[in-house]
Design a protein around this ligand. Structure first.
Ligand code: KG4
Ligand code: ZN
Length: 362
């Protein structure tokens, strides 16, 4: 049962073929980092144009690499939200066109559900299983959500939202702090690498205090605290030096970054990362304890973070914890094809009138 997945919700044009929701036959991702890098974040209009350029070759490559033809597919799954509407539309329109041309059923998938299924897919590929109910943390550039995931039978899943960010997503905080410090875009991977060289307890950040749901997150205060420290320490010259480094070499080496980043800034970077991870762990454990789940799953681009993986795998989280491989953590279409499989089995197909929904909830 081979499903083609198409994912274009943000700045990755992705297509993949997954057999029976369990085996990745191909997984093609065309990133737009070079287009958006100079702006320090995704520019929606440019993202749509890049998707238009990439969608046909990326889908063709995914089908070819799977060793299949379009007529060997059982269905087409497309991300229909949440995300940038202009970007979503490109993948959805192409998916609909394939559905009409080859008489394939169309399946609409929520991007966040896709991130959750990246972990289930990883486990299926490794021949392992996940104990349900499970607590899912989805932490990416656009989302920071906690869900209770229950499974009422094989390939039957249900989701209950327990908490979410009130302002910035965790990945967005990484990206904004990186932009502020002259570290380029996306910020997560470079902060991840540089944090290894700083003292995570060098700068103390106080956790956000909010009224209401204690499982909700807030990261904007942390970003403002970093901004205040940057202003107070007069870091303009070193930030300008790193921006210059980025202009000269779009992908600086670790040595180049370290040369351009003083000790105190490395401490700031490590402490910021430590604070974000601390909040994610604290909320995930509180949610898991409060709901009596049997496992924790962590996904989304931020789940690539080395220190985050170590924290979640350590004694702070007294549950079995599951991650996707890095290639399945960041945006990809294999997770979309995997999330579509239960819907395919249940015959939950979409009409051609399926609309893109920028703020689709799960
Ligand atoms: O899941 P994803 O590819 O796209 C969205 O759905 O948003 O996540 C991208 C986000 C970016 O904010 C990026 O900075 C962050 O994930 N990210 C990381 C790491 N790799 C990617 N954050 C922290 N550490 C990393 N190693
Ligand atoms: Zn995502």
């Amino acid at each position: 049962m081979n499903l083609l997945g198409i994912e274009t919700s943000c700045d990755e044009t992705a297509a993949a073929v997954v057999a029976s929701g369990a085996r990745v036959l191909s997984n093609v991702v065309a990133s737009q980092f070079d287009v958006h890098g100079r702006y320090g974040g995704v520019v929606p209009e440019l993202a749509s144009r890049e998707h238009l350029r990439a969608i046909v070759p990326v889908v063709r490559q995914a089908v070819e690499e799977a060793g299949l033809g379009y007529r060997d597919l059982a269905g087409v799954a497309v991300t229909c939200g949440p995300g940038l509407v202009g970007s979503l539309l490109v993948g959805m329109c192409y998916g609909k066109a394939l559905s009409i041309s080859f008489g394939l059923p169309l399946i609409g998938v929520n991007h966040i559900e896709g991130h959750i299924h990246s972990v289930l897919l990883e486990q299926k590929q490794q021949g392992g299983t996940i104990e349900f109910p499970s607590l899912a943390l989805v932490a990416s550039g656009g989302h920071t959500h906690l869900f209770q995931v229950t499974s009422a039978g094989p390939e039957v899943y249900d989701y209950r939202l327990l908490g979410r960010t009130r302002d910035d997503a965790a990945g967005e905080a990484f990206d904004k702090v990186a932009k502020l410090l002259g570290l380029g875009y996306p910020g997560g991977p470079v902060i991840d690498r540089l944090a290894l060289y700083g003292n995570p307890r060098g700068v103390r950040f106080s956790p956000a205090r909010m009224k209401g749901n204690p499982l909700d997150f807030s990261f904007s205060g942390l970003k403002t605290a970093v901004l205040r420290l940057v202003q107070a320490a007069g870091m303009e010259a070193e930030i300008a030096r790193r921006k210059e480094l980025l202009r000269a070499a779009p992908r600086p080496t670790l040595e180049q970054w370290l040369e351009a980043t003083p000790r105190a800034t490395l401490d700031l970077i490590a402490s910021f990362q430590h604070a974000v991870i601390g909040e994610l762990v604290r909320h995930a454990v509180a949610a898991a304890d409060g709901t009596g789940v049997r496992s924790v799953i962590v996904s989304g681009g931020v789940a690539c973070n080395t220190a985050l993986r170590a924290s979640f795998s350590g004694e702070a989280v007294p549950y079995p914890v599951y991650f996707p491989a890095p290639k399945l953590s960041t945006d990809n279409a294999a997770m979309i094809a995997a999330a579509a499989y239960p819907k395919f089995l249940a015959g939950r197909f979409a009409e051609l009138s399926l609309a893109a929904d920028a703020s689709l909830s799960l």
